[in-house]
Structure formats: C-alpha cells, structure tokens
Design a protein around this ligand. Structure first.
Ligand SMILES: [Zn+2]
Length: 169
C-alpha cells in the first residue's frame, strides 16, 4: 500500500494515524488543515489554515512529497509549513521517516512510510508487480526472467495486485 503513518502532537495531545493514498477525501493526495470536510488530517489549531498542506506521491522519484496549499491564495498571505525547521512555501519537499512537519503550532512526525516494491516489465512492455519475476506475464504470456525494474503507479499496482494474488493461487 502507498501509505504514511504520522504522529500528531497538538497541544498536549498525541495521536498517530496511518493514511493510505487509496482512501483519501481527494484522490491521490492526503490533505492537512482545519477543514473537516476537505482534510484527511484535521487539526484544530487556529493558526492552521483550512486547507494548509498536502502529501502526494511523486511517481518519478517513487517518494512521498509535501507541498504548501496556501502559497497562491488570491486574497491572503501564504501560511508557512516548516519541515525539519525549514520554511516551505513555494517548493515541495520529500518526506522520510523521522521528518518533522510543523503547521501553526502542531507538530507532525513521520513515523513510517510504506511504498510497494517496483514492478517488472515484460518484453512486450507490460508492467506487472515484481512478484511476477520468474513467472509469465498475465497479459501476453511472455516469461519474466529478469526484465527491467520500473516504477508503477498506484492504480496500476492495485489493479495488478489482485491479478498477482490470483495467479499465485
Ligand atoms: Zn506482457
């Protein structure tokens, strides 16, 4: 699963949440802010914006990133996000285990990041999960002896994961 576990320190309360990209309010992004309707991580600190930050998956780098959603608001100033004490307004920053994110007075610590292994490509260009190595491509039947490892998108992977389980049964 493409998921990330955060420890949230708000005031003197602490909680941890595991967020999966497949079950968020907006497709493929994990939103952080005060809006309970729009955010997956809902914070109550008044200094936090309604839609403040967003965690997304950068496929080219196979890494979770964070961006500030307040950097281009038409009628108000950007509200900073701090990542490991660096101010993030206009750029995106990669997240790793132990990364510390601060919005308003709330601290979010990345506990774990779960990203599936890369896939494998058959001679005809089909991308299938790496667990197919040494088996046959479910699309064309070509043997997946070694093949080149490629990054697969979340939707591709989920789709194929079902087939992979079926193939092994
Ligand atoms: Zn194939």
């Amino acid at each position: 699963m493409f998921s990330i576990t955060l420890e949230i320190l708000e005031g003197d309360r602490s909680r941890s949440v595991t967020l999966s990209l497949e079950s968020t309010k907006s497709p493929q992004v994990i939103r952080i802010g005060r809006s309970a309707a729009d955010c997956d991580v809902v914070l109550t600190d008044k200094k936090v914006s309604r839609l403040h930050g967003e965690i997304f998956f950068k496929k080219e780098e196979y890494t979770f990133y964070l961006r500030n959603l307040t950097s281009h608001r038409p009628n108000s100033q950007p509200n900073p996000v701090w990542v490991n004490s660096q101010t993030i307004i206009d750029r995106e920053v990669a997240l790793r285990a132990q990364t510390q994110i601060q919005l308003g007075q709330v601290l979010l610590k990345v506990l774990t990041i779960d990203i599936p292994q890369n896939g494998i490509k058959c001679v005809n260009g089909h991308t299938v999960p790496y667990t197919y190595k040494g088996y046959f491509c479910p699309h064309c039947g070509s043997f997946l002896e070694s093949g080149s490892t490629v990054a697969v998108s979340s939707s591709q992977f989920l789709h194929l994961q079902g087939e992979s389980n079926a193939a092994r049964n």
